[in-house]
Design a protein around this ligand. Structure first.
Ligand SMILES: [Ca+2]
Ligand SMILES: [Ca+2]
Length: 244
């Protein structure tokens, strides 16, 4: 009887520590309390504006650098949608297509864009920027989701030409303009970049993610803490609104 108990105890300790070392508790504050979300259609610009409001200041709380990529913190305001991966220029694959506004001071993944405008294209990770990601349910991390990966030894799936090379994940860096003003964050999404779709639904999730480059039992980019889900149940109930 003793041995199985010990094994169970060890397993429990390992599981607890792998979650505990990846806590987003430090960042849980009103800046990540969802209040509202909308996607507005601007017909004269053939553009959608994804917009969210929080109880605090949008984007004000940013991650503290870990000093390395492995274990690097990533904070996000994420719009899960009912769009298909093929709508955003990726090959067909199962999962939740999401527009993720992220900040991560330890690494850079927008080689085509210079978000902080200093002429250096490889130092913009801290600046809030847009990613398309495909999310999957993932019980290996406490937040229950990760960015879908593909086998880096196999043939790469189709990804948009704006995706950052060498990431082995269903992730794109489309370069859409992101603004954070007061309690409101926005990202500008031209319709011709999403197959001209306006008939999709969406939700808003605020969360802490983390990069993992050393533990093959966890995903490369997992969600470790969900701060808030606007709908309360991730039912993606919201629709695109026309504005005049
Ligand atoms: Ca960049
Ligand atoms: Ca730069």
């Amino acid at each position: 009887m003793k041995k199985p108990l010990l094994t169970l105890t060890l397993l429990g300790a390992l599981t607890t520590s792998s979650f505990a070392q990846s806590s987003g508790a430090d960042y849980k504050n009103a800046d990540y309390t969802p209040k509202k979300a909308a996607i507005k259609y601007l017909p004269e610009l053939e553009t959608l504006v994804f917009e969210f409001q929080v109880a605090g200041s949008a984007g004000k709380t940013q991650p503290k650098p870990a000093g390395k990529t492995d274990g690097a913190p990533v904070l996000g305001y994420v719009f899960p949608t009912t769009l298909k991966s093929t709508d955003i220029g990726m090959g067909a694959t199962e999962g939740i297509v999401a527009m993720a506004l992220t900040s991560h001071p330890d690494f850079e993944d927008t080689p085509l864009w210079d978000e902080n405008g200093d002429g250096n294209y490889t130092n913009d990770g801290l600046v809030w920027h847009a990613h398309w990601v495909v999310l999957i349910k993932d019980s290996r991390v406490a937040g229950g989701f990760s960015v879908k990966e593909f086998d880096h030894m196999g043939a790469a799936p189709k990804l948009p030409p704006t995706s950052a090379p060498g990431m082995h994940m269903y992730m794109d860096s489309p370069g859409f303009t992101v603004t954070m003003q007061g309690n409101t964050g926005r990202v500008v999404v031209p319709l011709d970049r999403i197959n001209r779709r306006r008939d999709f639904k969406f939700d808003l999730v605020t969360c802490y993610m983390e990069v993992n480059a050393s533990d093959n039992k966890r995903p490369m980019l997992g969600v470790y803490q969900v701060y808030g889900v606007l709908s309360g149940n991730l039912s993606l109930p919201y629709t695109v609104a026309a504005t005049n």
